[in-house]
Design a protein around this ligand. Structure first.
Ligand code: PRP
Length: 213
């Protein structure tokens, strides 16, 4: 029987995902949270779990390198990949927000500069609001951009709000809620359907099968 590949991300999402799989009877014998390995196997169920960067999970699934993925809604929105988003797994909760310095006031007459690790999310959000912007794509430490005069606002993930607070920024608008989602490759959904469907049904049975948005 063919193996099923699941792409996920190291760290908290992986720990939560492995917990879920354990509860539906799937354990990866060679997994331990301290390991530097990137592939773990359940020989019994013929399932492999592979660790990829958070933003890369959707592309692994879209291209079929992985049949299933566990990805943050943030990564899914940014990737705009062609795949099925099956269910909300209920963990990894945070939100996308627009934030700025406390005393920030936008001066009309030029485009607002938006620093972000998520250029598509930011572009789509302001486009839908009809506001022209200039995107400044950064790789991290986005909160610095308004402090250093690089941007007017940021679009970023807010979880506890600690990073914003400690850098003197405040949320000016919320964009949407984020959580971990189960995503499936469109071809695998058909060709490996029995096994993939079993996993989906078991997970839905376990956590109530929340509708995704
Ligand atoms: C993320 C995000 C914020 C922070 C939000 O950054 O981009 O900076 O976490 O979390 P909080 O609201 O709980 O403070 P990450 O830790 O991924 O680091 P990075 O900025 O280097 O990408």
């Amino acid at each position: 029987m063919e193996y099923i590949n699941i792409a996920l991300t190291k760290g908290r999402l992986a720990v939560k995902t492995f917990e879920l799989f354990e509860r539906i009877g799937i354990t990866f014998e060679d997994y331990n949270p301290g390991s530097r390995k990137l592939i773990f196997t359940s020989k019994e169920h013929k399932i492999r779990a592979v660790f990829v960067k958070a933003g890369d999970v959707p592309i692994y699934v879209e291209k079929g390198a992985a049949d299933i993925g566990v990805a943050g809604k943030d990564a899914i929105m940014e990737a705009e990949s062609n795949l099925y988003e099956i269910m909300d797994l209920g963990f990894g909760k945070c939100k996308f927000s627009v934030a700025a310095l406390k005393d920030y006031e936008f001066k009309a007459g030029r485009k607002m500069r938006v620093a972000t690790k998520y250029p598509r999310v930011a572009k789509n959000y302001f486009k839908q609001k009809g506001e022209p912007i200039e995107i400044i794509k950064l790789s991290g430490s986005v909160e610095l951009a308004p402090l250093m005069g690089l941007s007017d606002v940021i679009v970023d993930i807010v979880e506890s709000g600690k990073t914003l607070k400690e850098n003197g920024l405040v949320v000016i608008e919320d964009i949407c809620d984020i959580s971990a989602r189960l995503i499936i490759n469109k071809v695998s959904f058909k060709t490996k359907s029995e096994k993939v469907e079993r996993i989906i049904l078991d997970l839905k049975g376990l956590i109530g099968g929340k509708e995704v948005s």
